[in-house]
Design a protein around this ligand. Structure first.
Ligand SMILES: Cc1ncc(COP(=O)(O)O)c(C=O)c1O
Length: 384
């Protein structure tokens, strides 16, 4: 049986993998080397300098390609450096259409780094395909989608955006960090590029900062490999190893993240002190039908605000939590709580933030894989 035909859970463990050539090691060794001996100039075994390629990173890149149903994987030093490589496909004068409630760091990269090189970014509510279409002109080259969005949990219809992108001959990139390929596979839905902050669910243990891209098209892959090597923001061998190890349990962790996420979303929505809970699994979620169609479950990311939408109350809640850790990031085995307005999304101006719902009282939870009862008891004592 070809490894290409494996189902998802088997792919996380075996996809693109083979025992190491040297001693048959089942896990790829951490090739902690910058360079490789050559017998004659150019006489090497496929590796010459670790910015260009490293065997541990290649093992990770093959795993990434496999789980996203792609052909080519690229591993970077962070999610943002993976995005940086995609934007470097563009030229001054080019335009990008993206979501209006994008992760704050992605917004900062677009606005504060790339706008000064003459690339224009438009941010629109992508639940409306017409809103995206309105921003497309002759200079538009790329549509950048994040779904579900961070932290408002909006869900964007990747298939519908892909038809629009194809009609106008644009590249479509999807940040699949929140969903992971366990829940949604954007390349199957028509995207050209899948991007990850592998720092999150793929790594899964809050011990690395890593980024990933996966594509199917050889020409696009070659351009991205060129940028990866020429700009040099590569993932090191140790982080490649840890991320690969994380991927091998992605499916079991995600199953529990989804179960716990559901239990906590339901607890919060019935709590008398909670005003609003953002989670795509609710039938009342404005994009629930799209989520049901393109995702296999609804994940463990939840945002909420308390009644009265009080900033001080939100801060008190996150300070009182004991099992949840107040911290940046998400997607690890441990539950984390964050205050987007002052943490992950502080780089977005307040007026911009609030337009998309990121109010000062919003709390974001990354529900981990502990016992759901302990997590609910913790929220109970913190919310009061
Ligand atoms: C949705 C999303 N995209 C991209 C990033 C950036 O990734 P990294 O922190 O690995 O650079 C993050 C980080 O929080 C994120 O949540």
């Amino acid at each position: 049986m070809s490894k290409k035909d494996l189902k998802f859970n088997s792919k996380t463990i075996h996809g693109g993998q083979h025992p190491d050539k040297a001693y048959g090691a089942v896990m790829p060794p951490i090739y902690q080397t910058s360079t490789y001996a050559q017998t004659t100039p150019g006489g090497h075994q496929g590796f010459e300098y670790s910015r260009s390629a490293n065997p541990t990173r290649t093992a990770l890149e093959n795993a990434l390609a496999s789980i996203e149903n792609g052909v080519y994987g690229l591993a970077f030093a962070s999610g943002l450096s993976a995005m940086d490589a995609v934007i470097k496909l563009l030229n001054p004068g080019d335009e990008v259409v993206s979501t209006n409630d994008l992760y704050g760091g992605s917004y900062r990269l677009f606005k504060q780094i790339f706008e000064k090189y003459g690339i224009t970014f438009h941010f629109v509510g992508m639940q409306s395909i017409d809103a995206i279409a309105e921003k497309i002109n002759n200079n538009t080259k790329l549509i950048w989608v994040e779904t579900p969005t961070n932290p408002m949990m909006n869900v964007i219809d990747v298939k519908a955006v892909s038809s629009l992108a194809k009609k106008h001959n644009l590249l479509l990139a999807v940040d699949n960090t929140f969903a992971t390929p366990y829940l949604q596979r954007p390349l199957d839905l028509g995207a050209d590029i899948v991007m990850h902050s592998a720092t999150k669910y793929l790594g899964g243990h809050s011990d690395v900062v890593v980024g990933a891209l996966v594509v199917k098209d050889k020409e696009l892959a070659d351009k991205l490999y060129f940028i990866q090597n020429a700009s040099g923001a590569v993932c090191g061998p140790m982080d490649s190893f840890l991320t690969l190890r994380g991927i091998k349990t992605l499916h079991v962790r995600m199953q529990r993240h989804c179960e716990n996420g559901k239990a906590i979303a339901e607890y919060l929505v019935n709590h008398p002190k909670i005003e609003k809970v953002y989670w795509p699994g609710f039938e009342t979620h404005p994009n629930h039908d799209v989520a049901k169609n393109q995702m296999d479950d609804f994940g463990g990311m939840i945002s909420f605000i308390t009644k009265g939408s009080n900033y001080d109350e939100a801060i008190k809640i996150v300070e009182r939590l004991q099992v949840f850790t107040l911290a940046e990031s998400l997607g690890g085995v441990e539950s984390l709580a964050g205050h987007p307005a002052s943490m992950t999304h502080a780089s977005i101006p307040k007026e911009e933030r609030e337009k998309s719902g990121v109010v000062d009282a919003l709390i974001r939870l990354s529900v981990g894989i502990e016992d759901a009862d302990d997590l609910i008891a913790d929220l109970e004592q913190a919310i009061g």
